[in-house]
Unconditional design. Structure first.
Length: 250
């Protein structure tokens, strides 16, 4: 357990399932009071109940990260802000660039990139107003650093998050707010298990130097480093956890 996280507060977006829920559970196990944000109220309530049943401190905070009004309303319920923000909300979608329509492009960029900015801005404003520092961890992707087919919007959004992380880190360091990015590789979750069991999915796995998918718990060390005082001299950094994917040969 990271002792310095005891008694801290955190907001995790996209926390109704998948990696967002895992991150919220991880922080709760380390003594953090966690607010889980997502659009799906029923799934959010189930996630909160799951953390509470394990002895964690959690509450639901309904939020559409792509809507500034929704973000402002959520933060109005937490006027002192949060010590930690895990900016995880995001959507994907595999569509060839020639077939991707404007609405599809806008949806991915609005949730992934604009949403990350709106929530980070609200979190930083609250921390500055409260006169204390904090840690923001933006969840990017190895696809923000290297591309694959049929994910032009997603890759562009994640590359934008990495550059946004650096820009915000530069501006907010003077306020004691650290901003870093975590770039997961291919991590197995309940949402992608079927795909990675397919022939196409197995082909992707074979291109990973470690020849396997990552597990959510293999992101724990990097996330806790960036969220805690163990990473107190890190800001504007990007950590890749990808089984060597980024150094695989062309």
């Amino acid at each position: 357990m990271f002792q310095d996280l005891q008694g801290k507060s955190a907001l995790v977006t996209g926390a109704s399932g998948g990696l967002g829920l895992y991150f919220a559970e991880l922080l709760a196990r380390n003594g953090v009071s966690v607010a889980l944000a997502a659009r799906r109220k029923e799934a959010l309530d189930e996630a909160v109940a799951r953390i509470r049943s394990a002895g964690g401190d959690a509450r639901a905070l309904p939020m559409d990260v792509s809507d500034g009004t929704s973000v402002a309303a959520a933060f109005a319920q937490a006027p002192d802000g949060f010590d930690i923000l895990i900016n995880n909300a995001g959507i994907a979608g595999a569509v060839p660039a020639l077939d991707l329509d404007e609405a599809g492009w806008d949806q991915v960029l609005d949730v992934n990139l604009k949403g990350s900015f709106l929530v980070a801005q609200a979190a930083a404003r609250a921390l500055k107003q409260a006169g204390r520092g904090g840690a923001i961890v933006n969840i990017a992707s190895v696809l923000g650093l290297r591309v694959a087919g049929n994910v032009s919007a997603y890759a562009a959004s994640k590359a934008g998050i990495i550059q946004l992380t650096k820009a915000l880190a530069l501006e907010w360091a003077r306020h004691g707010i650290r901003v870093n990015a975590l770039c997961p590789g291919y991590i197995e979750t309940e949402m992608n298990t079927a795909f990675f069991a397919s022939e196409a999915g197995q082909g992707m796995v074979r291109r990973i130097p470690q020849r396997r998918l990552g597990k959510p718990e293999e992101l724990a060390g990097a996330l806790l480093l960036l969220a805690s005082d163990a990473g107190s001299y890190m800001t504007g950094s990007t950590i890749e956890v990808d089984g060597g994917h980024l150094v695989s040969s062309l």
